[in-house]
Write a new protein. Structure first.
Length: 366
């Protein structure tokens, strides 16, 4: 195992009493775009998909994986953008309703539009207030662990590590190079918009690194383990088919983790566990000996026979995929929609998958 063979030839000796299995003719029956599409659905239930995908190029699976990771990162970023936008709306509303007063700092002195003293936030540990009348000049350090107090000329800051600072407003203005410094709905919303753009870009880059690069490295390391096991069972097994199977097995693993998160089941290593399960099942499908035609009308012979991929079945899952997209962006957590829709989709996919077997048995009975 010093040199990792990347060939995609998966040995599958003939089944007992059957002719030797030829290489399937169907890995190329779908266009490259078609394979990118079916990869979102068929890895969740089709052993035949893994059998055919393992005989394609590693580059094809890598392209799908990166598009998959890019799409997930984009949807998660849209969810963050939506949250930032809602926060911006709430910030403006606090000014419009008078919950947060308009503040103007000119020449190092603050003027507040509205009644004072104003306690903006208070709990057992934190206190945030505004008072430019001079009645409040300090934060009660015996009572609170952290807080802010804006006075006429000073911003008082109490950090949770015990540091206590009085920052002159004139110094703050000089640092920002802004005079007058106006804090109202318009200016705060403008600053928040700039912050939201920067934060969204940072989040998107981080998610791309996590979903694509970190996850790919993790899958590659796990592939070495699976390849070692597979090579012991079937000597001469290439590393390529094992890696391809893992790149597609991550799709159902993440989907099951998504379903469980909807019902508040968040256990450690859940994604890894289901990745191992689907990867193992996918490898069984990839290495399963195949026959060129069913020896009989039995279900076993039907699933062992080489078949075309029938990629059109992925269209059945479009409503479910649309629901997952909306759930991710809007964080609806509507498990009562997603779970029944998942069961209906799996039932429909199973029905169209076994329909040829049913028709074959009916013809045999007649």
């Amino acid at each position: 195992m010093n040199n990792v063979p990347m060939n995609n030839d998966v040995p599958h000796p003939p089944a007992p009493g059957a002719a030797a299995s030829a290489q399937p003719q169907s890995p190329g029956c779908l266009s490259a775009i078609g394979w990118l599409g079916v990869g979102w659905v068929l890895p969740c239930f089709s052993l035949n998909f893994y059998f055919l995908a393992a005989r394609r190029r590693v580059a094809s699976a890598m392209i799908f994986f990166f598009i998959f990771a890019l799409t997930i990162s984009g949807l998660q970023t849209l969810a963050v953008i939506r949250g930032l936008f809602q926060a911006g709306v709430e910030i403006r509303r606090t000014f419009e309703t008078g919950q947060f007063p308009e503040i103007t700092i000119t020449g190092g002195e603050a003027q507040v539009k509205g009644p004072q003293q104003v306690v903006l936030f208070e709990d057992a540990d934190t206190w945030v207030a505004i008072d430019t009348t001079g009645e409040l000049t300090d934060i009660d350090r015996q009572r609170y662990r952290q807080g802010f107090l804006l006075t006429r000329t000073t911003l008082v800051v109490l950090n949770n590590d015990g540091r206590y600072q009085k920052l002159p407003l004139r110094d703050i203005q000089q640092g920002l190079d802004t005079d007058p410094l106006i804090i109202n709905g318009d200016t705060t919303t403008a600053y928040w918009a700039v912050f939201s753009v920067i934060a969204s870009v940072i989040v998107f880059v981080f998610l791309i690194i996590w979903n694509a690069l970190v996850r790919l490295a993790y899958i590659a390391l796990m592939a070495l383990v699976f390849w070692g096991i597979a090579a012991l069972i079937r000597p001469g097994t290439g590393f390529g088919p094992v890696l391809i199977t893992g790149l597609y097995a991550v799709v159902p693993a993440l989907f099951v983790n998504f379903l469980l998160s909807q019902i508040q089941v968040n256990l450690p290593f859940t994604t890894t566990f289901f990745l191992v399960v689907f990867w193992s099942v996918g490898l069984a499908g990839a290495f399963l000996p195949r026959t060129t035609a069913p020896a009989s009308s039995s279900a076993v012979d039907y699933f062992r026979a080489e078949r075309t991929l029938r990629g059109w079945r992925a269209l059945i899952a479009l409503p479910l995929l649309f629901d997952v997209v909306l759930e991710t962006i809007f964080n609806w957590n509507a498990w009562y929609v997603t779970w029944p829709l998942t069961l209906l989709t799996l039932g429909a996919l199973l029905a169209v998958s076994v329909w040829p077997l049913i028709k074959t048995n009916e013809r045999g009975a007649n």
